[in-house]
Design a protein around this ligand. Structure first.
Ligand SMILES: Nc1nc2c(c(=O)[nH]1)N[C@H]1C(S)=C(S)[C@@H](COP(=O)(O)OP(=O)(O)OC[C@H]3O[C@@H](n4cnc5c(=O)[nH]c(N)nc54)[C@H](O)[C@@H]3O)O[C@H]1N2
Ligand SMILES: Nc1nc2c(c(=O)[nH]1)N[C@H]1C(S)=C(S)[C@@H](COP(=O)(O)OP(=O)(O)OC[C@H]3O[C@@H](n4cnc5c(=O)[nH]c(N)nc54)[C@H](O)[C@@H]3O)O[C@H]1N2
Ligand SMILES: [Mo]
Length: 749
């Protein structure tokens, strides 16, 4: 998220692609409504369903699932045609817009309308309103990401903003509504299959940096891998772990150091919330050991037929522990413990500490919390410190190590002060008042130093770096194909000593870039670049010159390392418009994608699925339920709101199949799986689609498995998981399942 929820109040137009904040971010949605009321902001919603958010919109486009790229190119076509793009901004701050312009040329309103299902008039109206009301903010969430082309969606959305010069402006930006509580923090901490914490790459240099910071020998870490080559390979993802288990029937070959997965430890994930539940079940059934650390009975335990070696560890909840969490807008917040862990439950970190003790590396695991940097750029054990204090020392360790995104200014003490004084910050700008003056709520990263107040809006050059300003990051070299990747002359954060683009700061270039001379002591203390510089000198000198240590570059519209240099529309693997798959085919199949062969074109071209499975299947969320839903279905009151798994169906479609409102129906998938659910008539869906929430579990392909719950733990509501019938399909870069694009067939039960 480049800006923040409060900042949306400054927008003149808000365009939402594939998010339903009225339901999924109901507290945050107040800012959208206030933008409408106070700023006369135009609210535009693009969604295949008429959602509660759409009900508040000034204009709504009911798009065919998986065609947002076509829609955005359709908008760009009109923007370029009418000269509505911000030419100066593009010239100064964007690389590769010409290729986007060339692609957009193909997306005439008529072509766009045919692909997206949105009328030419609506497209023109939306584009005109959005282009004429600036700054506009672009919002997205899961409706854009859960596709084989999810990554391309999330690239083209910022490109649209760049074309209009909306990026790096208050009231503009791309505001991605994050999911779980602290999901931003979890991502920053490296809960990803292809990076170390803080987005440090899986490269030897990063491993060495972390080994040093943790006070552990690099060779020790290396010795934990089967061979050193595996240190730089991405792991399995949550989406496909089951493919690595021996005995699972799949022709998707794995590449996992010559071995299969034998054990699964789960901390706070439903397992029942991901696609291909039949495969997940096979994976669970064939594991040697399953450990489920969860405050509730994780329903993976009842989905499997496995009887031995399943361990349910009672995890404490967020109310029974404390620590720092990161909100969707990159700001930190302290969470205080409300009660001690109840009964025999343990907080997650204590479960991990116990595990580390049993496995014999507890001291190494916790050592980093007792280390500090010295002035001369070295690291030492904190003198006199005998034991760590949880969680404060963990927070400080994280801030010490993670320099890449600018966590250096965070301390447990500073963040607690913000949380304690939360009423002293402005709701819209996040700016502090009284004792908090000069700081933004939660010190949104990058927060460069212990005196920096955080950066509320990314890439904003209208304010000094000391107040949160910055250009785009220089992350991809200095030039490409003879064109400079640095910002042009005259484009720089306010007050910068350098009035043009510049590279990221390294020990070797700092003197030249900043026009300064370092003392011999400073030179000796500096790390190779600002991301690994324990002395903090490179960042400090940058601050003094009013520049951002990560450089001042152009945003790139072209990602030359990806299969698609620029985002391209590609039809979903299971498309209702099979006639379009020749023109917009999927990707080549990708071997060893996060260790698993992943199919694209071979699935898409195998047959015209729409003949047998003519209905679009949309899966999304309900306000009273969360994720896999076990927490909420275990509450009598929340369960009562939606006591049964259901399928929203248009009456016209239902009648074609003689399904009455409230009757049971079957949903069949192209993979041959099926679920039995209750029909619920609804006009929010078109007659060629159905909608189902993914918050249920406990039933599987028509059978009730809730007899497997240990006595007294069965939730008040159980039902089929829609993920039993979501179709095969995974994003080409991140491997997120294509749970927002797929087909099904329905039948009266
Ligand atoms: N009450 C509640 N709140 C939640 C959650 C919850 O489970 N319950 N989960 C949290 C989490 S983890 C997350 S990630 C967020 C997710 O927040 P959202 O992304 O808002 O969640 P969804 O409801 O899954 O999907 C949003 C919309 O995408 C639409 N959509 C589907 N396919 C497409 C498409 O191809 N194009 C477009 N433009 N739209 C499409 C759906 O119809 C839906 O209305 O919510 C968070 N908040
Ligand atoms: N079809 C379809 N599938 C989807 C999606 C979709 O839109 N459509 N959305 C996807 C998305 S974006 C997400 S994020 C996932 C969400 O799905 P999950 O990650 O499964 O989310 P939850 O059900 O919220 O949480 C999982 C478990 O965490 C436990 N838990 C709660 N607090 C704690 C704690 O403090 N410690 C521990 N150890 N456990 C705790 C809960 O009891 C629960 O069992 O679903 C994904 N699946
Ligand atoms: Mo999520």
């Amino acid at each position: 998220m480049t800006n923040s929820l409060g900042d949306i109040q400054k927008s003149k137009a808000i365009i939402i692609f594939g998010a339903n904040p009225a339901v999924n971010h109901p507290v945050g949605f107040q800012h959208f409504l206030k933008a409408k009321e106070r700023n006369n902001s135009q609210l535009i919603v693009i969604d295949p369903r008429f959602t509660k958010t759409a009900a508040k919109a000034d204009i709504f486009a009911q798009v065919r699932p998986g065609t947002d790229i076509a829609f955005m190119y359709g908008m760009l076509h009109l923007i370029f045609k009418n000269g509505w793009e911000d030419q100066e901004y593009i010239q100064n701050r964007v690389y590769g817009m010409d290729e986007i312009r060339a692609e957009a040329l193909k997306w005439t309103p008529e072509v766009t309308s045919d692909v997206t299902g949105v009328s030419v008039d609506t497209l023109i109206q939306i584009t005109t309103i959005y282009a004429k009301n600036r700054p506009g903010t672009l919002i997205w969430a899961m409706g854009l990401t859960q596709h084989t082309i999810g990554t391309s969606n999330t690239r083209l959305a910022p490109i649209l903003q760049l074309a209009l010069g909306n990026m790096g402006k208050a009231g503009g930006g791309t505001n991605i509504l994050r999911g779980h509580d602290n999901v931003q923090g979890a991502t920053d901490m490296g809960c990803l299959a292809d990076s170390l914490p803080g987005y440090y790459g899986l490269a030897e240099g990063s491993w060495k940096y972390f080994a040093k910071q943790w006070g552990v020998e690099f060779d020790y870490i290396k010795s934990q891998f089967k061979d050193p080559a595996w240190m730089s390979k991405p792991g399995f993802t949550l989406a496909r772990w089951w493919a690595g288990v021996e005995g699972v029937k799949s022709d998707d070959k794995i590449d996992n150091a010559g071995t299969t997965l034998k054990a699964l430890i789960v901390m706070g994930n439903g397992i029942t919330s991901i696609a291909q539940q039949a495969k997940v079940k096979e994976g669970l059934d064939n594991l040697e050991m399953i450990v489920l650390a969860d405050p509730f009975v994780n329903e993976a335990a009842i989905l499997t037929d496995k009887k031995d070696n399943i361990f349910l560890l009672p995890a404490a909840t967020q109310f029974e522990t404390s620590g720092l969490v990161v909100a969707t807008n990159r700001s930190a917040q302290w969470r205080y413990k409300v009660v001690e862990p109840l009964y025999e439950s343990k907080a997650d970190q204590d479960i991990m500490f116990e595990l580390a003790k049993r496995l014999g590396f507890y001291d190494l695991y916790t050592k980093g919390m007792m280390m500090q940097e010295t002035k001369d750029g070295k690291l030492e054990m904190i003198p006199e410190k005998k034991a760590f204090t949880w969680p404060e020392d963990a927070t400080n360790e994280i801030a010490r190590i993670i320099k890449t995104i600018g966590l250096s200014g965070w301390t447990a003490e500073r963040v607690k002060k913000h949380t304690d004084n939360w009423h002293m910050f402005d709701e819209v700008t996040g700016a502090g008042m009284g004792p908090m003056k000069g700081e933004f709520y939660g010190l949104p990263w990058p927060c460069w130093t212990k005196t920096h107040g955080g950066s509320p809006n990314l890439y904003d050059t209208s304010i000094p770096v000391s107040e949160g300003g910055m250009g785009f990051r220089n992350n991809f070299g200095l030039e490409k194909d003879g064109v400079s990747l640095l910002a042009e002359k005259g484009s720089f954060p306010k007050g910068s000593k350098i009035e043009m683009g510049h590279p990221e700061i390294t020990k070797d270039n700092i003197e030249k870039v900043l026009g300064i001379t370092l003392t011999e002591e400073e030179k000796a203390a500096c790390g190779a670049n600002w991301k690994v510089d324990n002395s903090g000198i490179l960042v400090q000198k940058s601050m003094e010159a009013g520049i951002c240590p990560y450089g001042n570059a152009k945003a790139r519209s072209i990602v030359w390392e990806f299969p698609d240099r620029i985002p391209l529309h590609r039809e979903p693997l299971h498309s209702q418009r099979h006639d379009l798959t020749a023109k917009y085919p999927s990707f080549a199949d990708k071997p060893n994608h996060f260790r698993v062969m992943t199919k694209y074109i071979s699935v898409q071209s195998a047959k015209d699925y729409s003949k047998e499975f003519p209905i679009n299947m949309i899966t999304a969320r309900l306000v009273n339920m969360n994720g896999a839903g076990v927490e909420n279905r275990s509450s009598k009151y929340l369960a009562a709101l939606t006591p049964e798994m259901f399928c929203s169906i248009h009456p016209d479609l239902a009648l074609k199949h003689s399904i009455k409102n409230g009757e049971m129906m079957w949903i069949h998938s192209p993979e041959g799986t099926k679920i039995k659910v209750k029909a619920k008539y609804s006009l929010t869906v078109l007659p060629d689609m159905v909608f189902m929430p993914f918050h249920f579990a406990g039933h599987f392909q028509g059978t009730d498995r809730t007899g497997n719950f240990p006595a007294g733990t069965k939730p008040y509501a159980s039902g089929e998981s829609v993920n039993t019938v979501t179709n095969y399909g995974y994003d080409i870069i991140t491997q997120i399942p294509e749970t927002k694009g797929g087909l099904c067939r329905i039948e009266k039960a």
